[in-house]
Design a protein around this ligand. Sequence first.
Ligand SMILES: Cc1cc2nc3c(=O)[nH]c(=O)nc-3n(C[C@H](O)[C@H](O)[C@H](O)COP(=O)(O)OP(=O)(O)OC[C@H]3O[C@@H](n4cnc5c(N)ncnc54)[C@H](O)[C@@H]3O)c2cc1C
Ligand code: HEM
Length: 412
Amino acid sequence: MAVAAPISPEHIAIVKATAPVLKEHGVTITTLFYNNMIAAHPELKNIFSMSNQTSGAQPRALAAAVFAYATYVDDLGQLSAAVERIAHKHESLNVQPEQYAIVGKHLIEAVAAVLGDACTPEIGEAWTAAYTALADIFINREKQLYAAHENWQGWRRFQVQQKVPESSEITSFYLAPEDGQPLPSFLPGQYISLQVFVPQMGHMQPRQYSLSEAPRSDYYRISVKKDKGKKPEVPGLISNLLHENYKEGDVLELTAPAGEFFVDPKDGTDKPIALISAGVGLTPMISILNSSVNSGSAQRISWIHGVHNTEVRAFSKHIHDTCAKDVNNNINATFFVTSPQQQDVQGVDYHFTGRIDLSKVDPKTTLFLDDPRAEYYTCGPYLFMRDVEKYLISVGVDPKRIHLEVFGTGDE
Ligand SMILES: Cc1cc2nc3c(=O)[nH]c(=O)nc-3n(C[C@H](O)[C@H](O)[C@H](O)COP(=O)(O)OP(=O)(O)OC[C@H]3O[C@@H](n4cnc5c(N)ncnc54)[C@H](O)[C@@H]3O)c2cc1C
Ligand code: HEM
């Protein structure tokens, strides 16, 4: 493993001084970087989402990360949440230490090419030192993450045991390991990466999916929304492939569960939790809810969920049944529906019309605002989560108790 010399004060000064220039050219640099790197290492097409490349989401995410790093190079504590998220994503994609040299070479070359004469040897050296220091942070953290599941490194073959439609657009896949060996547990809220061969590309493509059931040793469950595409002409590649081409008995490859968005059952089940999701963002929440119920704890849980209409809403019956079985009234559910259908009954099928608006729910019994231990988990479109976070902070919740799970690169 490469060990970097600590970055010197002179290099820090140069990196900070050149950060604004980098920000200005960030996406140009990272786009050039990816194109050159993939041309030199076509095998990397198997791990980068080609859709994120063509849409520009990944170059934007990398440019934002590099710029954030340059800004906080002397105060890296500010970046710990971002580093943790990226390290888990890398772990889930089986990124290896030796690949950092490849990324570093092409990134620094792209910086030099875009900045031209403005990239003096001193600037080049400072950025190389900074990259090496950042790479070491990731390499070390990822080493720890891999060590936590030493019997499962890389991709493991799973069979689709069962495919169960949960709504008009979400289908669950029950995935059992082909080797028949017991599956490791995971922390409710975490995700796996799966990879499938894409015939029209001629290579593999990975995607992440939250585990949508409490941990079990015989199968993992994921629940996938068929992504019709923001533009109708660009339907999601893998979600549609899974829905249409993958049937019971087919094989997919998975990496071990990862992710920094979770409820740790060891943290104590006396803390109330509010699970606030929109659309398919309910998947990690189902795992969290089911895990708590299975543990027999008396944890107070609020399920707050919003959808466009009840046709697309998944797990409605499961939530109703879970609340009905909860004789102590520890679990409560609030449903928002933007466009209720004629047959939907307010108070039964849904509670509020419109998008999720936390000012409409009971501040104590549903949002637990009187309990300073309460934790808030939110997942759904990025701007929705930002609104949830903003509202909770405005009513006095400490941001440290608000957890977001982003189903993308976080730039949308
Ligand atoms: C931690 C995590 C957990 C997740 N959990 C779940 C889950 O539980 N369930 C679930 O359904 N999903 C989940 N996702 C999302 C999932 O990983 C995929 O992103 C999703 O299934 C879409 O993948 P796709 O291959 O179908 O779409 P992609 O082909 O990746 O396309 C994604 C979007 O980009 C758009 N797009 C593609 N190409 C372009 C272009 N050239 N220009 C503009 N736009 C373009 C598409 O229209 C589409 O809307 C999760 C993601 C993460 C990161
Ligand atoms: C210091 C170096 C690196 C930085 C700053 C970095 C940064 C990032 C960021 C910001 C993301 C997006 C995270 C998210 O979606 O939340 C990401 C994802 C990713 N990274 Fe890295 N990364 C680095 C090194 C590497 C290396 C060495 C590899 C392996 C070749 C790699 C492969 C990937 C892949 C495959 C993804 C997912 C991309 C996608 O799905 O579109 N990264 N990285």
